[in-house]
Ligand binder design. Structure first.
Ligand code: NAP
Length: 489
């Protein structure tokens, strides 16, 4: 076991209908620290029966929860936000231990989670309807908003707390109830959110936590007609499976899927400043970020300078256990991810790409344990390099060049993904044209970190369906109900 620096219980169960309980089958999953490869603790490994029980509990809780006013629900959610904030240091440590990212990044995610609960608690007070002018005398038309129903929330491991909050907070705020399933590698962050919701006074059954088999839990969410919506963040392949499975009951879906973000640097940009921003954006969380820039297209006139500065900046990054305050880059989250990255780099170099820095697992003499991968920069890549055609989700930065604005837009859009895109220019005419031409749901224009709670987040093309955060992120949990009234003459 990893030496405990905070008190992590040896075992946590599922939370269903107001009770922490073992999985029906009694199974458990070990949570592994990717920096040490040691088990931190165990959690329940639930399945179909656990999920069914949770769905029933969510159904039973919903009538009373949706009858409460948005103001009453907001009090509970804002209290949960305060609790999360007040425990940020402890929760950040636990996140770093289960996921690997450095403490400041974990702390930032915990604070973002609190902001998300607070923001949706407030926003739900403004779930306005509409009065629409009538065209026939004696009629009146009204539009009201109705909570969608029981929501299944499935999240990934890369942002184990914030991405679940983007689903659970708006769903609860507007009067839905929830069954949530975290990624099996990173359940502790969501458990911590549940502890705060419970302490804040969330009535039993309103939010339920089921950890365990993804196929069984999602299978029950899809088959069970009580679940009216599934909100999923994860890979495009699983998103497509869920979309097929949701058809039978016409379940609503929010899908936040993979990305392959282009990063365009135009000739008026300062190559030194932008290269540093690029390295920061690229290697954050080891590139295991859905909106991570992953294809760098730099204007040919400034490409050499950009490359030199990027290589120097990547070599300066300090790798280590995320709990060490000096660490800037932690381990990748699991062994398979590290092995995939080795294969991606080998594929590119075997096809003629030039390796500028990094390229492999960090030496075992320096890191005998843990999934540490060297920040890697490649150039001269052929179009068919896997790192350019498939989402890499890895600390690999491929740098290419372009000559014209039209070419840059075409290269950027040459992918089945459309989540985020970045462009760097202070020429407003160029920037505006590019922002309009890019097929991406999120665009960072001179901004390498565009996501924020009050703005919509989501993808075009195969990057997903719907939007989270912002007003759209609340609308995703509401049905529009139109009421036409005939008045007595
Ligand atoms: P994943 O394999 O799709 O897993 C994500 C979640 O889905 C986990 O909770 C996983 O559970 C569960 N899952 C796995 N198989 C499932 C199935 N057949 N049915 C239902 N749920 C299933 O994704 P990942 O590879 O771990 O995560 C990285 C991906 O997420 C990347 O593609 C990334 O771009 C994407 N992502 C997108 C966004 C966004 O906002 N667009 C944000 C972050 C990440 P288990 O852990 O138990 O297998």
């Amino acid at each position: 076991m990893t030496a405990p620096t905070i008190d992590i219980p040896a075992y946590r169960g599922n939370y269903i209908n107001g009770q922490w309980q073992d999985a029906h089958g009694g199974g458990r999953i070990a949570v592994i620290d990717p920096a040490t490869e040691e088990a931190i603790c165990e959690v329940a490994a639930g399945g179909r029966d656990d999920c069914r029980q949770a769905i029933e509990a969510a159904r039973a809780a919903m009538p009373a929860w949706m009858k409460m006013t948005a103001w009453e629900r907001a009090k509970i959610l804002k209290k949960a936000a305060e609790l999360i904030r007040s425990r940020a240091d402890d929760y950040a440590r636990m996140m770093t231990m289960e996921q690997g990212k450095p403490l400041p990044e974990s702390r930032g995610e915990v604070m973002q989670t609190a902001d998300t609960f607070e923001w949706f608690a407030e926003e739900a007070k403004r779930a306005y309807g509409q009065i629409i002018p009538n065209s026939v005398a004696g009629k009146r038309h009204m539009v009201i908003r109705h909570p969608i129903g029981v929501v299944g929330s499935i999240g990934p491991w890369n942002f184990p707390m914030a991405l679940q909050a983007r689903k659970i907070a708006p769903a609860l705020a507007v009067g839905c109830t929830v069954v949530a399933k975290p990624a099996s590698q990173t359940p502790l962050s969501l458990i911590n959110v549940f502890d705060c919701l419970i302490e804040a006074g969330l009535p039993k059954g309103c939010a339920n936590l089921v950890m365990g088999s993804a196929s069984e839990i999602s299978g029950e969410m899809l088959a069970n007609p009580i679940v009216r919506k599934i909100s999923f963040t994860g890979s495009t392949d699983v998103g497509k499976q869920l979309m097929r499975g949701a058809a039978d009951h016409m379940k609503r879906l929010s899908l936040e899927l993979g990305g392959h973000a282009p990063f365009l640097v135009f000739p008026d940009a300062d190559p030194e400043v932008v290269a540093r921003a690029a390295v920061m954006g690229k290697f954050r969380n080891n590139g295991q970020v859905c909106i991570s820039p992953s294809r760098f297209y730099v204007h040919k006139d400034i490409a050499a300078k950009f490359r030199d500065v990027a290589v120097a900046a990547a070599r300066e990054l300090r790798l280590g256990n995320g709990l060490d305050p000096q660490t800037q880059i932690g381990p990748m989250f699991e062994k398979k991810a590290m092995e995939n990255t080795v294969a991606l780099v080998a594929d590119a170099t075997s096809k003629g790409a030039k390796l500028l820095t990094g390229g492999g697992r960090c030496s075992t003499s320096r890191f005998p344990k843990g999934y540490f991968f060297e920040p890697t920069i490649l150039t001269d890549l052929p179009d068919n390099a896997a790192v350019l055609t498939e989402e890499p989700f890895a600390p690999v930065m491929p740098i290419m060049t372009f000559s014209t604005t039209e070419e840059a837009i075409a290269l950027a859009n040459n992918t089945r993904y459309g989540l985020a895109a970045y462009l760097f220019t202070h020429d407003v005419s160029v920037g505006w044209k590019v922002a309009e031409g890019l097929e991406a749901g999120i665009i960072g224009w001179n901004d390498p970190v565009p996501a924020t709670v009050q703005c919509p987040f989501g993808g075009m093309k195969e990057s997903g369906l719907g939007r989270e955060l912002g007003q759209e992120g609340m609308d995703a949990y509401l049905e529009t109900k139109y009421v036409s009234i005939g008045l007595r003459e």
